[in-house]
Design a protein around this ligand. Structure first.
Ligand code: GLV
Length: 318
């Protein structure tokens, strides 16, 4: 029997299902972006590949066996109130990890080397050197220390930064001091000059980057005020708290790729904050070919009994 795969992809770079058809020529596809697909018999669907699936859609696929996330995060799947209780596979691939590492390293270096201030000096035709503290003087704290966080830490260690990480459970990574659980959060923050958040969005992480957290960060670092970098989820940050800390100097700078509301509304005051770097949820886009190859590989594993990898733990929400 032909295997049927439902695609509800949303991302601009994934609009075409060509790469999926090429990677799995023996399968049949229902692309939810096509108006015609709405007439399809969803009881045939065995696998679904989704980003922000239409609420209730997965529940209507009565013979579904597994759900694949288009991205590393899965909060867009859990927001479906009728989500069936089936395995959910995260997208883990070097083609996603690489761009995330590039973005995080870029932002750390932009902040540490004060590039925004040099940009302003250039606009003002002003020549003037700014302080240049060396990398080992900065303590970087990564919140959310899974696949992506650990890959970022490896590159940042190469520059000589002092590395800390905070996660749910202890992590044993050479060169990185591990903090875990709520009990160790304040100690982690007090030892962090540059906070990098790669946290998944769960109940526990919603709004975690707020005034209290910002005020708990180290103030004795090279710039006398900490820096916040977030490429996890916008729902983890309280933007009004970040903005006021940037304005009154409690934060030296920030880089945000994710926002409470996306797209970031044109009238948001964040756009005009000089010590804030904004990118439009573009840190790491899923590569269509890599995603299709990953789904094909996981389906093959599932079908021949080797089992799915990178499964979401429902009790943790990621
Ligand atoms: C992007 O936001 C992802 O989850 O990969």
């Amino acid at each position: 029997m032909t295997t049927t795969i439902l695609l509800d992809l949303k991302w601009e770079n994934l609009k075409s299902d060509r790469t999926f058809r090429q990677a799995m020529p023996e399968c049949q596809f229902i692309n939810w972006a096509d108006a015609e697909s709405k007439k399809a018999d969803l009881s045939q669907v065995k696998y679904a590949v989704v980003w922000g699936p239409e609420p209730g859609l997965l529940g209507r696929c009565s013979n579904l066996e597994a759900i694949f996330s288009v991205g590393a995060g899965v909060d867009h799947i859990f927001s479906d109130p009728d989500l069936p209780n089936l395995p959910i596979v995260r997208f883990v691939d070097p083609m996603l990890t690489g761009p995330m590492v590039e973005w995080v390293v870029l932002q750390v270096l932009m902040q540490v080397r004060q590039q925004r201030r040099y940009d302003q000096q250039q606009r003002d035709h002003q020549w003037g050197e700014l302080p240049q503290p060396s990398a080992p003087k900065f303590r970087i704290g990564i919140m959310g220390f899974g696949e992506l966080g650990q890959a970022c830490a490896q590159q940042l260690l190469g520059f000589g930064f002092a590395m800390n990480a905070w996660s749910n459970s202890p992590k044993d990574v050479e060169g990185v001091t591990s903090y875990f659980g709520n009990d160790q959060l304040s100690e982690f923050l007090a030892n962090t000059d540059i906070l990098v958040s790669l946290l998944p969005l769960t109940q526990a992480t919603t709004g975690i980057i707020n005034q209290q957290l910002i005020d708990g960060l180290a103030k004795d670092g090279p710039f006398g005020a900490p820096i916040v970098i977030n490429a996890g989820r916008g729902g983890s940050q309280v933007e009004s708290d970040i903005l006021s800390a940037l304005q009154d100097g409690r934060l030296h700078g920030a880089s945000l790729d994710v926002f409470e509301t996306e797209p970031l509304p044109a009238n948001s005051p964040l756009w005009d904050q000089p010590n804030l770097i904004i990118t439009p949820h573009a840190a790491a886009m899923s590569d269509p070919d890599a995603l299709a190859a990953h789904v094909a590989n996981q389906i093959a594993r599932h079908e021949d009994g080797r089992g799915l990898e990178n499964l979401v733990d429902r009790s943790l929400g990621y």
